[in-house]
Design a protein around this ligand. Structure first.
Ligand SMILES: Nc1nc2c(ncn2[C@@H]2O[C@H](COP(=O)(O)OP(=O)(O)O)[C@@H](O)[C@H]2O)c(=O)[nH]1
Ligand SMILES: [Mg+2]
Length: 314
């Protein structure tokens, strides 16, 4: 912090809460201008709490807490993910309840109902336990053709919670993100910066590297594979002389058949996963990366506490 920074700038923690796939990680990355949380079109991409810090010179500091989507699932991993999301409600200054308005409109069209799907009511139920101001963030407006649908949606969503603000935006196109940042800043305590100005995230580089690999596995596989994968970085070596990062990552799957799928015919898929992950890693770390990947079977890791802990989820 420089000497000239006033100590009373707004700064605080902002939780991003909502169903899986509504765009929480995309929004955080968009505000930060860099990807610290992986985001895919598949639900349950985010598995743990990720802090993303954006310092706006002279304006304040937003410390986002990106969370796994709130949902009910059978596995131990699902329960842990829910707990992580709900715990965040107690640790922040503002809660942003994010909704995918395009998905909501599609649900309403399909069912002929004007209310909310049970999954959204479940989120609202949990959210009502928050004791801090809540903002309603209506995401994916770029995909909502009929903007007249917004008002009745806001009515339905506001039934149980009195929102301190409502912001329709698009995390993908960037529309209204500046407004979102301003509204969030209005609700943060004036307490001066909480983290160094250049801090981006609390995620260790090793963990980020594992996440970039997992993102590519999730993007390049289908069905149950994306949810059966955990990635562990075994070696993370900085070769200062050659300005090179050497990373070796193990992709854990739950069954032999899944191993075959991740590797692909003649190793094609694992090669493609490695290439894309390497490109993401090089972009993030700003230097050349040498990436090795292995696939291993770890039966039922998503049900076992020991492995959830080992992979950084519990
Ligand atoms: N069209 C559109 N897609 C979006 C928007 N925000 C996020 N997405 C997409 O929605 C999917 C889920 O996003 P993600 O950030 O992983 O959602 P999360 O599970 O809530 O963190 C990804 O494919 C994103 O590219 C948006 O504003 N508009
Ligand atoms: Mg996410």
């Amino acid at each position: 912090m420089s000497d000239s920074t006033p100590i009373d700038l707004p700064a605080g923690f902002v939780a991003l809460i909502g169903q899986p796939n509504v765009g929480k990680s995309t929004l955080m990355n968009a505000v930060l201008g860099v990807k610290v949380a992986i985001a895919t079109s598949k639900p349950q991409t985010t598995r743990n709490r990720i802090l993303g810090v954006q310092t706006l010179s002279g304006k304040g500091q937003l410390c986002f807490v990106d969370t796994p989507g709130i949902h009910q699932g059978p596995k131990r991993l699902n329960r842990v993910m829910n707990e992580v999301a709900l715990q965040s409600l107690r640790e922040v200054d503002v809660v942003c309840h994010m909704v995918d308005v395009a998905a909501l409109a599609a649900w309403q069209r399909r069912t002929g109902a004007s209310g909310l799907p049970p999954e959204e009511r479940y989120v609202i139920e949990r959210l009502s336990q928050a004791e801090v101001p809540a903002l309603l963030v209506l995401n994916k407006i770029d995909q909502l053709k009929d903007k007249n649908l917004l008002l009745p949606m806001i009515d339905a969503l506001s039934e149980r919670t009195e929102y301190a603000g409502v912001i329709p935006l698009s995390a993908l196109t960037g529309e209204q993100i500046d407004t979102f940042v301003d509204v969030v800043l209005e609700h943060l305590p004036h307490q001066g910066l909480l983290f160094p100005e250049d801090m981006l995230t609390d995620q260790a580089e090793r963990f980020l590297a594992a996440e970039f690999v997992r993102e590519q596995v999730m993007l390049q596989t289908r069905k149950e594979i994306p949810y059966s994968v955990a990635v562990e970085v075994e070696h993370f070596n900085e070769d200062e002389k050659r300005d090179l990062l050497e990373i070796s990552a193990v992709i854990h799957v739950e069954r032999d058949s899944q191993k075959g799928i991740v590797i692909g015919q003649g190793g094609q898929r694992i090669k493609a996963i490695g290439q894309s992950a390497r490109a993401e890693l090089e972009r993030f770390f700003g230097r050349q990366v040498f990436l090795e990947t292995f696939v291993r079977v770890e039966p039922q890791w998503s049900e076992k506490s020991r492995h959830l802990h080992r992979f950084g989820y519990e």
